[in-house]
Write a protein that binds this ligand. Structure first.
Ligand SMILES: [Zn+2]
Length: 335
């Protein structure tokens, strides 16, 4: 079993590079840019590769949750890898949940995706601000801290598949490289990156890749890939050259034959609704509902994934309480 070096996301870059971004380039990017992912097979069918560009969905999350730069980077990296792993699910109704529980100030990070390129996520503490690292990078590892990484695959069976590993660095890319080796016995390399613009406000670039060695991968391919990874300058540096997942893979797999298999749009998409909120409220049970109704006020339920708010009037709450009471009565009868 072998693991490969991964890369820290480049987060802040030099002034001259930003000036270049300002002129027309950013405008062009905004007009022509689209989030999507690709998957490919490379190195004479010995490497499986996945890559995504995710600027718009990370920017959506940043706005929806009012994320600080470090929270944007942490959630953006997590959502990028989650949407790639989601694409490996077989069925439309399957879901993949990633939970990062650290002792750092960001606390928990959660992201959920399906196999259709839809992902949603949130950070328990979205307002964290930490001093940057010596090299100017956002200190995502410091924000996450030590803890665990859990991947839950719900394939519609009786029980979901749950797998937990200790976090390695909290930088997220490293942690997933370790996850694939430990939990799935698949030698992999995961690279993730989120770069904010000069003002450290908007997301300028985001994306990532997963490379996996297929069984019986020849030694010379492994060596070449390791050499490529060593000289790889980082996800967002590469996306600055050309903001496409194809370019990411062509760069990290330089010198290999690459056969692109499919392409899929990705987006931030939440599945919350007024009805879902109702179900959450009714799951509180009769006693709790009685308390809420007793306060005599409508309630607002906000979705932790997208921040959308739903209002429930006192009449609706009374109705829920009545139904909960009837349910409790029926249960008692049965006994
Ligand atoms: Zn929502």
């Amino acid at each position: 079993m072998k693991t490969y070096p991964t890369f820290r996301a480049c987060t802040l870059s030099k002034k001259e590079k930003h000036d270049k971004i300002k002129d027309g380039w950013r405008k062009k990017m905004m007009e022509e840019y689209k989030d999507y992912m690709v998957d490919a097979i490379a190195g004479n069918e010995s490497i499986r590769a996945y890559a995504v560009t995710s600027r718009n969905l990370v920017e959506y999350a940043r706005k929806a949750h009012n994320l600080s730069p470090i929270a944007t980077a942490a959630l953006g990296r997590t959502m990028s890898v989650t949407v790639l792993m989601g694409s490996m699910l077989k069925n439309e109704s399957d879901t993949l949940t990633v939970q990062i529980n650290g002792n750092g100030p960001l606390k928990n990070i959660t992201a959920v995706s399906d196999n259709g390129g839809n992902v949603r996520g949130y950070v328990a503490n979205p307002y964290v601000i930490l001093p940057p690292e010596a090299n100017g990078h956002l200190n995502v590892g410091g924000g996450v801290g030590q803890g665990t990484l859990t991947v839950i695959r719900d394939l519609g069976l009786k029980e979901p598949y749950v797998s937990t590993i200790p976090l390695r660095t909290g930088e997220i890319g490293d942690d997933f490289t370790y996850y694939f080796a430990q939990s799935e016995q698949t030698p992999s390399s995961v690279g993730l990156g989120v770069l904010l613009n000069k003002e450290n406000v908007m997301v300028a670039h985001a994306g990532g890749f997963i490379l996996q060695l297929l069984p019986n991968c020849p030694e010379e391919i492994i060596e070449k890939l390791e050499a490529n990874l060593k000289e790889f300058k980082g996800v967002t540096e590469t996306l600055k050259e050309e903001d496409t997942p194809e370019h990411l893979l062509k760069t990290v797999l330089k010198g290999f034959d690459i056969d692109f298999l499919s392409k899929k749009d990705v987006q931030f998409k939440c599945n919350c609704s007024y009805e879902r909120g109702l179900r959450v409220l009714s799951s509180l049970g009769e006693e709790e509902l009685k308390k809420i109704v007793g306060e005599g006020k409508p309630v607002e339920v906000s979705c932790s994934f997208c921040g959308k708010k739903y209002d429930y009037s006192l009449d609706v709450l009374k109705d829920l309480q009545k139904k909960a009471h009837e349910e409790a009565g029926k249960k008692a009868e049965k006994k």
